[in-house]
Design a protein around this ligand. Structure first.
Ligand SMILES: NC(=O)c1ccc[n+]([C@@H]2O[C@H](COP(=O)([O-])OP(=O)(O)OC[C@H]3O[C@@H](n4cnc5c(N)ncnc54)[C@H](OP(=O)(O)O)[C@@H]3O)[C@@H](O)[C@H]2O)c1
Length: 250
């Protein structure tokens, strides 16, 4: 793992350090950019250094970590920096029938989508408890709330957030630490583009199945995160919130 601090002017920054995982592109990048624009001290991580470095410069991040979160040591050393806000965003998708799902995909998805967020929370909580303040936001998926045929592995990994969020909300309630999960429907990112190409339906057919007939824009997720991490949202904890253009409604 490599870490870099950017030489930014901290004077106008809020006194809150944020880690957004998997924030070189897609939803994570939008979240990191909005929080940085709002004055938070934002740190980001991903595996591909060139893309991550460009994003860090573009969004004026305070620093970035080039790392594979699936390496347990990376999770531990990143969290040694201490963060007030953790956004567990990094994740991947697999489109496959249950009988054709490979052992490698089973191991990889359970690790990245479920074990990694759990480990990051485990290392994040002692710092938050000491500060008597913390915000944990997980990016789940609507596939963890309603079933998605041929994405059972993905659905299984994302549904784990529902139980984790409720249990931790209870456990950390008296420490002024909130824990919530956002479950997006289809969002306009590379992951969604690849998922649609791997699936059995065209982009137009997918649109027809969404009540609002549109994909969510990454900024819509970012704005919900902005609210959840704010002081105004201190009473919201243990919640799984769908932001899915109506997909979960029926
Ligand atoms: N897009 C959708 O329609 C949609 C819908 C519901 C939920 N979600 C969830 O939203 C989250 C973000 O999705 P997205 O669409 O923005 O994905 P994306 O565009 O593919 O971005 C994924 C980010 O995670 C990083 N990443 C992947 N594996 C990593 C690893 N092992 N270690 C560190 N960083 C890693 C990627 O950078 P590197 O590849 O360089 O590491 C990238 O920055 C995921 O958890 C996804 O399941 C997405």
């Amino acid at each position: 793992m490599y870490k870099y601090w950017q030489n930014i002017i901290m004077a106008q920054k809020k006194n809150k350090k944020v880690l957004v995982t998997g924030a070189s592109k897609g939803i994570g990048k939008s979240i990191a950019k909005l929080l940085s624009d709002e004055g938070y001290e934002v740190y980001i991580c991903a595996r591909t250094e060139s893309v991550l470095k460009n994003t860090a410069q573009e969004i004026n991040a305070a620093g970035y970590f080039v790392c594979d979160l699936c390496q347990n040591e990376s999770c531990k050393s990143i969290m040694e920096e201490g963060f007030d806000i953790l956004v567990n965003n990094a994740g991947d998708y697999v489109y496959s029938s249950v009988e054709k799902t490979s052992d490698d995909d089973i191991r990889r998805l359970i690790k990245l989508n479920t074990e990694v967020p759990y480990r990051l929370i485990k290392y994040a909580v002692p710092y938050m408890k000491e500060k008597k303040w913390g915000r944990i936001v997980n990016i789940g998926s609507i596939s963890g709330i309603v079933g998605e045929a041929n994405a059972s592995l993905y659905s299984m990994t994302k549904s784990a957030f529902t139980g984790l969020t409720k249990a931790l909300a209870l456990e950390l309630a008296m420490d002024n630490i909130t824990v919530n999960t956002i479950n997006p429907g289809w969002v306009e990112t590379e992951l969604a583009e690849n998922a649609v190409s791997a699936g059995d339906f065209s982009y137009e057919e997918e649109l027809d199945m969404i009540p609002q007939r549109r994909f969510i824009c990454p900024d819509e997720i970012a704005n919900l995160v902005k609210y959840i991490v704010s002081e105004e949202a201190k009473g919201m904890t243990g919640q799984s919130i769908s932001l899915c253009a109506g997909l979960s409604a029926g």
